[in-house]
Design a binder for this molecule. Sequence first.
Ligand code: 13P
Length: 257
Amino acid sequence: MPSAPPIRPLIAGNWKMNKLPSEAVPWLRTLLDRLAAAPHDHCDVLLNVPATHLVPMAALARGTDVRLGAQDVSAHAEGAYTGELSAAMLRDAGASFVIVGHSERRAYHAENDALINAKLGAALAEGLVPILCVGEREDERLAGCAREVVLEQLAGDLEGIRLAGADELVIAYEPVWAIGTGRTATADDAQEMGSAIRADLVARYPESGASMRILYGGSMKPGNAAELLAKPDVNGGLIGGASLDADQLLSIVEAAR
Ligand code: 13P
């Protein structure tokens, strides 16, 4: 495998279904003030927020280097799909990224790899950068097939997906048993899976796979972030609980240095 050039880390919050839009705006104002006082040229900062929050947060974030993303997208471009949000709508509302295939959507909304594949296509067609989540359940890890599960997800999710460059896609390795549980994969386990994902990306995208960002997600906190982020194939974090707290998020930004 070619040796990867340095990859700029991406520190990405996933707010899930938390905070009201009216709470998010003053929260973001505080974060922006504090980021302005703490140079953070070493990484990109992104908040994946509920879609209702995008317009007011984007108005505030305009002209700053904080990016906004959504947490899901319709596989369809437009039409009679009650309750769905298209990639174009999310982009117009201020998103530049979107999480696709989060394990909570796989588990609670029966999303399968075919649907996730279609959602990736819809996001890319509108110029949104998908953050594709993959990861094994605890029973799968205990059965010794974590790697097979993740590689199978990648195969199904990325089938036929063409990319023009490394910045068009982000992968997040999120072991399901580590999400919201306070249990984290060890840095070595995260790297082992990161390197398997890297090899798959390089085989699939010879031009750009070595430079694509692979994030770790699952109880990343200020106390464990630096060790995880020091690994070559952990190029950032997808952070749930800790991203709701500006102090914790800023500590993780600092840990990416
Ligand atoms: P926690 O950081 O709360 O474990 O959530 C991780 C996650 O699911 C990010 O997408």
